[in-house]
Design a protein around this ligand. Structure first.
Ligand code: AMP
Length: 146
């Protein structure tokens, strides 16, 4: 069984994130690993092809502020010390890969809805992260919240 030392958990900051975070905490706890949490904000103008005829700065700032607040609340609710929280901006898969490389993560934990994307097995983000990752990936099957 692998002995993980640095676990990077990727969260979309929805309620589903709690299932992903809990699994990451369980693994970090068992391994005595450092726990890093990342959330990525996609840049709005990029999402629309970089050609939006209006200033989106203040909207982007509000999104950043909201994400940072949610991230802080989620990290504080964990019963495990968090080494780092990061709210990054850019392409989700790329940012997760880059940060995993930067911190030398040996495990990335990510949620998987399994209801869209590749063959009902992995969600789109988890599929993208799996491809090109240089370390182990754990895709946590997300149960529908009632
Ligand atoms: P999805 O592609 O929406 O099915 O998301 C699957 C999983 O990818 C989520 O449970 C998170 O672990 C991760 N994820 C999705 N969006 C983001 C994001 N913006 N930042 C970090 N992780 C994300």
């Amino acid at each position: 069984m692998a002995n993980y030392k640095r676990v990077l958990v990727a969260v979309d900051l929805t309620d589903d994130s709690d299932q992903v975070l809990q699994r990451a905490v369980d693994i970090a706890e068992r391994n005595g690993a450092a726990l890093h949490i990342i959330h990525v904000i996609e840049i709005i103008s990029f999402a629309y092809g970089g050609d939006v005829p209006m200033d989106l700065t203040s909207l982007q700032e509000q999104i950043d502020k909201h994400a940072n607040e949610r991230m802080k609340a989620k990290a504080e609710a964990l019963n495990y010390p968090v080494e780092e929280t990061l709210v990054a901006t850019g392409n989700t898969e790329e940012e997760i890969h880059q940060h995993a490389d930067k911190i030398g993560a040996d495990l990335i934990v990510i949620g998987s809805h399994g209801r869209h994307g590749l063959a009902l097995v992995l969600g789109s983000t988890s599929n993208g992260v799996l491809h090109g990752a240089k370390c182990d990936i754990l895709a946590v099957h997300l149960k529908e919240q009632g």
